[in-house]
Design a protein around this ligand. Structure first.
Ligand code: CDP
Length: 208
């Protein structure tokens, strides 16, 4: 079974994806960590983040063992990730790894921006998780301040708006819901309520 979860920055896909994977006993892949790791590797080489060749090479030589690096959550790495994610060469180089995980037993929950549309168009269930930009920025502000980052609410709101614009307006696999995705608006939902709603919908969908 493959469950695709897409949505914009800080929509809560990661938290939800992990809980859903545990509930159904599936693997979990946060594909944002792949783009973040590519950005980290380009930044470590101290080359321009807009350098397509450096980004392609970083994607082609990405070591999956480094995907749980806590440094990937740095806000600067997230911003850089949304830049390298705009290069079709980078997306292409990361496709096979994502599909390998998707086809592993016993199945997987995969979260990102283009899982339901490009990576796993035949997923058994597709969720598109959203929340108002101010709510997402508030959640990300809390997460980053707890991690000790020196951020302001206005700075985080600006950052999320820039990320949204890049993710939605790029030509290569822009962020958009797949036609058969179920929209889950979590602005007024707790994590528990989002989880319950998502599981109820997935169970209905896979029993059809
Ligand atoms: O956690 P957050 O919502 O901030 O973002 P993320 O899921 O870690 O992804 C970081 C960046 O990678 C995003 O802003 C996207 O530009 C890019 N990304 C993508 O293009 N395609 C994916 N499947 C996942 C992430």
């Amino acid at each position: 079974m493959i469950i695709a979860i897409d949505g914009p920055a800080a929509s809560g896909k990661g938290t939800l994806g992990r809980l859903i994977a545990r509930h159904f006993g599936l693997l979990y892949l946060d594909t944002g960590s792949l783009y973040r790791a590519v950005a980290r590797d380009v930044m470590a080489r101290q080359v321009d983040i807009f350098d397509i060749n450096a980004a392609r090479l970083a994607a082609q030589t990405l070591d999956p063992a480094t995907l749980d690096d806590p440094g990937l959550r740095d806000p600067g790495v997230g911003e850089a990730a949304s830049i390298v994610a705009g290069f079709p060469e980078v997306r292409e180089a990361l496709l096979e790894f994502q599909r390998q995980i998707a086809s592993s037993k016993p199945g997987a929950v995969i979260d990102g921006r283009d899982i339901g549309t490009v990576v796993c168009p035949d997923a058994d269930a597709k969720l598109f998780v959203t929340a108002k930009v101010e709510i997402r920025a508030g959640r990300r502000f809390t997460e980053l301040s707890r991690a000790g980052e020196a951020v302001t609410p206005e700075g985080v709101l600006d950052m999320i708006r820039r990320r949204d614009a890049r993710d939605m307006e790029r030509a290569a696999s822009p962020l958009r819901p797949a036609e058969d995705a179920h929209l889950l608006e979590t602005s007024d939902l707790s994590i528990e309520a989002s989880f319950d709603t998502a599981v109820a919908w997935i169970e209905r969908k896979i029993s059809r």
